[in-house]
Design a protein around this ligand. Sequence first.
Ligand code: ZN
Length: 243
Amino acid sequence: MRRLSQKETEKKVLEIKREIVRVGKLMHEHTLVSGTGGTMASRVPNSKLFVITPSGFNKGRLSPEHLVVMNLKGEVVEGNYKPSIEIFAFLEIFNNLSRVKAIVHTHSSMAIAAGLLRIEVPPAIVKTVIEIGSKIPLARYACPGTKQLGKNLVEALKDSNAVLMERHGVLAVGQDLETALNKAIIVEELCTQYLTARLFGEVTNLSKEEMSEVYDVIKAWGELKKFRSIQDWEKTLSRYGRS
Ligand SMILES: [Zn+2]
């Protein structure tokens, strides 16, 4: 791994701070949090640093100077404020899951409702399979601010980039903050749709074969670089035995 020079690191840190400010506004616009709720953090590439939101601030009204730069040992490198109370959980995730570059944690309502019912949202809606996976997993309850919460989250994140947090909210991860935020938005949407449908009757899930068809079609679509006519699509699909 190439180490960044001091100047490069400072530039990267500033870029990430600006991105956290921008994504914090989006998080509020989508009403995924209220008051001072929610947490965001992003790694600084090619370094052992990350930037995290401070405790007690409205995430829609942040400025770069409010943010806290930390290292993976949990030491503050720069910043005048306390990091989020979820620092233990975020450290646990960054230290155990190298694929995770950014984390967004929200308190959206229908996702909390699903978590209260201890529902792991099943693959009933096609979008669940495409965007999240075979289900939206549930991280078992642990008190906010504790290392145990981090351990429960790491466990639930093993096969998914977005999880429900029992009695608490949503945690989504990704290559960058906006990707993680989009997952959190999608989780709320899927929980709303799934729980609403359940109010009116039984909901069935996609079968294994239907799920594997969705994966094949999405993979085939990704493979199709140029689309000149419907025959191009037909040919690509047929390579997967689909039509
Ligand atoms: Zn929280």
